[in-house]
Unconditional design. Structure first.
Length: 216
């Protein structure tokens, strides 16, 4: 227990970096995932094909491969980063956006087709129908699963610790090496700080799900 108390500054720094990675990656993934979902239901065949290909490839690829590509392959192709956090954000955003795209697409499919047809009958174009009619209803229904995806994103950020990013897990690995006789307590501290993020998000998802169910 003394190890946790003595290492609180490292835990806190790792906690803030984990929050930063999750927040930035989550925002980027939300934007990219929504665009991918829009492309998936687009009348343009090329966009539908690209979106389907991207989502299927990324969802069926281990996250470690995404990190390896961002941290190792991209620099060899001439895309260099001054900080490894940038590569971690790219990997997490690219990976998470595929899952958000599927969640948004399921929400789009839950909106009655008649609403889109009615909107088109009064002269609205595809972009207007999607942004004004479909997406506002779809996003409301997929908020709970998207929060669960963000919880997974927080836990997935631990992979960054294996790529020289000193987030929560990265600091935990360092502390475990420095205090080999107290590894269990080090991991307890890491788990506690992860729970500080995931438990409130889980509670938020539960409350939003209840409100959406009542609204229906």
């Amino acid at each position: 227990m003394d190890v946790i108390i003595e290492s609180l500054p490292q835990y806190w720094d790792g906690f803030l970096r984990t929050l930063f990675l999750a927040a930035v990656s989550g925002i980027i993934a939300l934007v990219v995932g929504t665009l991918l979902a829009a492309a998936r239901v687009s009348p343009v065949a090329a966009l539908r094909g690209f979106s389907m290909f991207y989502v299927e490839v990324v969802r069926n690829t281990p996250l470690t491969i995404a990190f390896f590509f961002a941290a190792v392959v991209l620099p060899r192709l001439g895309v260099t980063f001054q900080q490894f956090e940038v590569a971690a954000i790219i990997a997490l955003s690219a990976y998470t956006s595929a899952f958000i795209a599927e969640a948004v697409r399921s929400g789009v499919n839950s909106v009655p087709v008649g609403q889109a047809e009615a909107a088109r009958s009064i002269g609205m174009k595809f972009g207007q129908v999607l942004s004004l009619i479909i997406l506002p209803q779809a996003l409301r229904t997929v908020i709970p699963p998207m929060i669960n995806i963000l919880i997974a994103l927080v836990k997935n950020s631990s992979v960054a610790g294996a790529f020289y990013v000193l987030e929560l897990f990265g600091y935990g690995k360092q502390l475990a090496n420095d205090h080999g006789d107290a590894v269990m307590w080090v991991l307890v501290g890491v788990a506690f700080f992860y729970l500080l993020i995931t438990v409130p998000l889980g509670y938020l998802a539960h409350q939003v799900e209840r409100k959406v169910a009542i609204a229906r």
